[in-house]
Ligand binder design. Structure first.
Ligand code: ZN
Ligand code: ZN
Length: 192
């Protein structure tokens, strides 16, 4: 899932790749709150200008996420725009700063790169990790509060059944046993 920059000196290129969900499984196994459920389609237009690599395109797939109320997995479609500019990572061990042959001569004048700039990333060893680009988009696509449906009824707090699928009688009749004891107490007091 890497894009090799060493074989791509300058100009434009196009990435059009499809990844099977399985290739994301190991990377997302235990730590992630989602599962990739459908093949991931990645299309990117790549423009290389000196050390700077611009990638624009989109990522589409379907993720499976657990509902926060009923805990059942449900599908979240992803159709995300990618708009990233990559610069070589400033590694102190790497060769001294790339010579700025054209002082302030970049076409869009933006030579200064701040790490917190939106859409700015870094690459090292002449590779751009496409897997990371896609995973970032997956995370951005995850809902803050995942719900399988707006009116998901969730789980019964007593018997634990999924109220979207089954009805149980405990929900309406259940009374906190502590109140029950309290009620008996009150009755006895009244009876005296
Ligand atoms: Zn639900
Ligand atoms: Zn119940």
């Amino acid at each position: 899932m890497r894009f090799d920059l060493s074989r791509f000196k300058s100009g434009t290129d196009r990435i059009d790749r499809t990844y099977e969900p399985g290739v994301f499984a190991s990377a997302t196994a235990d730590t992630d709150d989602f599962r990739v459920a459908e093949p991931v389609h990645l299309t990117l237009d790549v423009k290389k200008n000196g050390n700077r690599v611009a990638m624009t395109g989109r990522v589409t797939t379907v993720l499976e996420v657990a509902c926060s109320r009923c805990l059942e997995p449900y599908r979240v479609p992803v159709d995300a725009r990618v708009d990233l500019t990559f610069y070589p990572a400033t590694d102190p061990l790497a060769t001294a700063k790339p010579a700025r042959t054209s002082p302030k001569g970049d076409d869009d004048g933006g030579d200064e790169v701040k790490e917190d700039d939106l859409g700015v990333s870094f690459y090292s060893d002449d590779f751009i990790d496409l897997g990371q680009i896609m995973r970032e988009q997956f995370y951005l696509a995850l809902p803050m509060k995942p719900l399988c449906a707006d009116d998901c009824k969730g789980l019964c707090p007593v018997c634990g059944i999924n109220r979207n699928r089954e009805a149980c009688s405990c929900a309406s009749t259940w009374v906190d046993p502590r109140f029950d004891a309290l009620r008996k107490l009150t009755k006895n007091d009244l009876g005296k």
